[in-house]
Design a binder for this molecule. Structure first.
Ligand SMILES: Cc1cc2nc3c(=O)[nH]c(=O)nc-3n(C[C@H](O)[C@H](O)[C@H](O)COP(=O)(O)O)c2cc1C
Length: 371
């Protein structure tokens, strides 16, 4: 048996959960031409997962991406499908939790429910589902699927998640009649592992996205612009969840450059972003993410956003010495985040230094327990 609390705790006592994000994609999350950029291939993913499992990292989170962003590197052009990727990694690791990321509008919930249950059984309860509502019009055209209007995507997703949860937990046959799905005599066996179900995660920055996550998810990923804004967002989400009688763990996403000194970390960041960035891929990504130029007047300015996208696919940068990196992670924990995922330009080359220098500092701060 495995309880929902154990699943959400990812079987560790770590106050601050740490995860690795986006290694299933070529170039990972850095749109850069540097020759050491991430391969995203299977042998490298497997080696990374084993390394992270051994170091006590809590989880790995993949990106569901069906088509690259073009440019000189075709950023994220070669991407391992996330549920099969998770199944492979979970079969070959011992304790790390691994998520699958699924586009609700592109995969039928009956198929997704069974895939997730299968991988959950393989891993004895170490699998989680990250549901995404979708936004990338290149991918939707490829599938021949019309994107719904923004807020309606979440109404669809609500039914999609509801069907999956029922398939995971309900015995026998049942009908589902919603606005988007009209399904008869639904049935799914086997159920997920150990008498509970995989944790459900969702990222939504818009009011509709956040409301959806608060109502339906166990973990909410929020966008981090600054630590001050992050603390405010966590407090708001906690209050909204409490008002709805729910508890939602709040996570966020970063990218990391950790070197012996801050100057070295900043120099490498400058090199791979400013000197070697794949700006052509970035231009296409920006056209997709912000099709309406009026929406480019964001909180932090469009040029700064672009740099964050080159550096780490739009996430919050953590660039510095081990003390700097541990300090920033501690501030994010103090801001109320339960967990943080991060990425590196070359995960296999950079993770060992992070594990050796940053993890012990977090242990000393009481944020993580020694493995
Ligand atoms: C941690 C995290 C993971 C995400 N993973 C994916 C993904 O794999 N594929 C995808 O198309 N979108 C992904 N997204 C984008 C979200 O699903 C969503 O489109 C975005 O947060 C905007 O939400 P909004 O439309 O509610 O503002 C991710 C976002 C975050 C923060």
């Amino acid at each position: 048996m495995i309880s929902m609390a154990e699943r959400l705790g990812m079987s560790t006592q770590n106050k601050l959960k740490l995860g690795i994000f986006g290694s299933n994609c070529s170039s990972g999350r850095a749109a850069t031409n540097v020759p050491e950029r991430w391969s995203g291939n299977w042998p490298d993913n497997l080696a990374l997962a084993k390394m992270c499992d051994g170091a006590g990292i809590d989880f790995m989170l993949p990106i569901a991406r069906w088509k690259g962003y073009r440019g000189t590197t075709n950023f994220m052009g070669a991407v391992l499908e996330t549920i099969t990727w998770a199944g492979g990694l979970l079969a070959k690791t011992n304790r790390i939790h691994v998520f699958g990321t699924v586009h609700a509008p592109l995969i039928h919930p009956i198929v997704a429910a069974k895939q997730c249950a299968t991988v959950d059984l393989i891993s004895e309860g170490r699998f989680g589902l990250n549901m995404v509502a979708g936004w990338n019009s290149d991918e939707f055209s490829m599938f021949g699927t019309k994107q719904l209007e923004h807020d309606t995507r979440y109404e669809y997703a609500r039914e999609w998640v509801e069907i999956i949860r029922e398939l995971w937990t309900r015995e026998g046959e049942f009908d589902y009649h919603g606005a988007f799905f009209d399904l008869e005599k639904l049935y799914a066996e086997p159920k997920p592992y150990g008498g509970s179900r995989p944790a459900i995660m969702n990222a939504g920055a818009s009011p509709a996205g956040r409301a959806f996550a608060i109502q339906t998810s166990d973990l909410l990923f929020t966008l981090l612009v600054s630590i001050e804004q992050g603390a405010k967002t966590v407090a708001e989400v906690r209050a909204q969840a409490a008002a709805a009688g729910r508890h939602v763990d709040v996570y966020t996403s970063t990218y990391c450059v950790c070197r012996p000194t801050r100057a070295e970390a900043e120099a490498y960041h400058h090199y791979y972003v400013e000197e070697c960035g794949d700006w052509e891929a970035l231009d296409h990504l920006m056209e997709l993410a912000f099709p309406n130029p009026e929406h480019r007047a964001t909180q932090m300015g469009f040029e700064a956003i672009k740099r964050r996208f080159i550096g780490g696919n739009g996430s919050y940068p953590i660039v510095g010495s081990p003390d700097d990196v541990a300090g920033e992670l501690a501030m994010l924990s103090a801001a109320g985040y339960t967990g943080i995922c991060t990425s590196f330009v070359n995960y296999l080359a950079e993770f060992p230094y992070f594990a050796q220098e940053v993890l012990p500092r977090l242990e000393k701060l009481g944020l993580r327990t020694p493995k």
